[in-house]
Design a protein around this ligand. Sequence first.
Ligand SMILES: *Cc1c(COP(=O)(O)O)cnc(C)c1O
Length: 360
Amino acid sequence: MARVFNFNPGPSTLPVDVLKIAQEELLDYKGTGMSIMETSHRAPEFDAVNEQAIALTREIMGLDDSYHVLFVGGGASSQFAIIPMNFLSDGKAGAYIDTGSWSAKAIKEADIIGKAHVAASSKDSEYKFIPKQDDIDLPGDAAYLHITTNNTIKGTQFHYIPETGGIPLIADMSSDICSRVIDYSRFSLIYAGAQKNLGPSGVTMVIIKEDLLQKCNDGLPTMFDYRTHAGKKSLYNTPPSFNIYIVKLVLEWIKQQGGLSVVEKINKEKQETVYAMIDKYPDYFKGTTEKDSRSWMNITLRLPSEDLEKKFIAEGKEAGLVGLKGHRSVGGIRVSLYNAMPLEGAQKVAEFMEDFKNKN
Ligand SMILES: *Cc1c(COP(=O)(O)O)cnc(C)c1O
């Protein structure tokens, strides 16, 4: 078996232990004579998977059962529209902190459904930083405040949770969910496409607090009303069942390691290892973000020339370090260090960086 270190930004690397269990169970899931993806979503075997995935999510994130855990299709991008459909109404705007391409897309959808109020933005400085609490202009009658906790393309991350004075806080955590210990109970709604930190693409985790669920607008198409999915534990229609099964395995893997405090410790060391190279050779590896806004999950940088960047990506691949290319909208290099990337992968990248700099 020749597994590379896969730094793809999403879909991205999964824990080998999880892939092995999925492989072992693929042809005959627990003596049923079929795989879980061939099993009815109404069967007890799938129900157990779904219930365990819900329970593990609450346990790992420290949430009580006032939080519904949903697994839906449509990607995080569908949530950009479904959130305003459910919570915006005449005269009530949704407030957004604009910290990059994904936030901008969420704002665009809110403006189609109702009205988006940009409460803070770092757009004018190429999204190099996360606005501070004092910079947030949050109207008292906003329906919610929406943030993107980790900016996958721009390489920044919130290192604080905004105070909202009772206004529901909503977060797109697609690229940093379950990567560190934070007080998840400060949020009323959390959503994440699974393909970065939780599993395969095709399933989106939505965690919604009961008191926010009560505020959903009436008259929505059934599939776009959160109450439909919350009332049926995501089984109103056929859910992405195999993907939910993989998410369950990933959550078990997180728990087996010791939960988020252990995951955070490893993630901290991983990002320190790579940023150390940027700080050691700042004229060669130019970080694209301000230090206090640096992402632990996606490290973005430029090299002295585009030719060198191309060479870096190609030679990295030859060395078994795959997926180091920056997003097509920004160029440069991006090192994605999601949960499933072992410390050894970060160390290999750091060694490769130093070596590359010395030779070029
Ligand atoms: C990847 C990503 C998305 C888009 O997710 P899809 O599942 O492809 O719709 C949205 N927000 C953030 C922060 C992301 O990283």
